[in-house]
Design a protein around this ligand. Structure first.
Ligand SMILES: O=C(O)CCC(=O)C(=O)O
Length: 231
């Protein structure tokens, strides 16, 4: 196990063994076959949800079609890492596996580079810069999740930005609420090639989460595309 500062990281291929339940894999195969994934036209079916204080969320269901082959490729080929995080006086497991691809890194599938370019072109008038990095997360089952937060490391703590998320595998709800608490205002189940994009002031004025669940759910991969200096 490697330790970098207070974060311990280790590659854990064994954690992936058996992640694709046979039921899930068969159901998906029946729909997707094994053909190469492609991107549906972005503007067809892209729906904007205006939130408060200049925040918005765009949703484009089924943007990647078919998505099962890409999902399986990422499950198998990404060097997933388990991280540990300091929480008060103890170190705890981060409940999901992670892999970050910086600006110069080759993404683990050419379709992700294509998606980044298409999204960069689409959002350029609003964002003024391209999307450059990719953070990948693997939620192995319902015990994995991410708590309420905004992506506020770096420029997104003070500037509007765009974070685009491609979801593969079993759908999980991505929930949003205004920063500082209150009821969930938006709940979007995302998986199987869906696209969700958070924009405007969303990272500063709203929070998002993928709640853990006791329901039996299969694995989900999230690909988050962000501009330079936003985490
Ligand atoms: O799983 C997701 O799509 C959300 C991930 C996320 O919010 C994050 O990594 O900051």
């Amino acid at each position: 196990m490697l330790y970098r500062g207070d974060v311990a990281m280790t590659t854990q291929p064994s954690l992936l063994d058996g992640l694709l339940g046979t039921e899930e894999a068969c159901a998906a195969d029946a729909h997707d076959g094994s053909s190469a994934p492609s991107l549906a036209p972005l503007a067809d079916g892209l729906e904007r949800h205006e939130l408060s204080r200049g925040a918005w969320v765009d949703v484009r269901p089924g943007w990647v079609q078919p998505s099962q082959g890409l999902f399986e490729h990422l499950l198998a080929d990404v060097p997933w890492r388990a991280e540990r995080r300091q929480m008060y006086d103890r170190e705890v497991d981060v409940p999901r596996l992670l892999c970050f691809y910086g600006e110069e890194a080759v993404l683990p599938h050419p379709l992700l580079a294509r998606a980044r370019d298409v999204l960069s072109a689409h959002y350029l008038p609003e964002l003024g810069e391209p999307l450059r990095t990719a953070g990948l997360c693997l939620y192995r089952d319902g015990r994995d999740g991410v708590a309420w937060h905004g992506d506020r490391l770096g420029r997104s703590s003070r500037e509007d930005t765009v974070v685009a998320i491609i979801s593969l595998g079993a759908p999980r709800p991505l929930v949003l609420r205004p920063r500082g608490g209150g009821a969930t205002a938006l709940r979007v189940p995302v998986g199987h090639g869906d696209l969700l994009v958070m924009g405007g002031s969303c990272q500063r004025t709203w929070e998002h989460a993928v709640p853990k669940t006791a329901r039996p759910v299969g694995p989900r991969v999230s690909v988050q595309l962000r501009p330079r200096g936003v985490r």
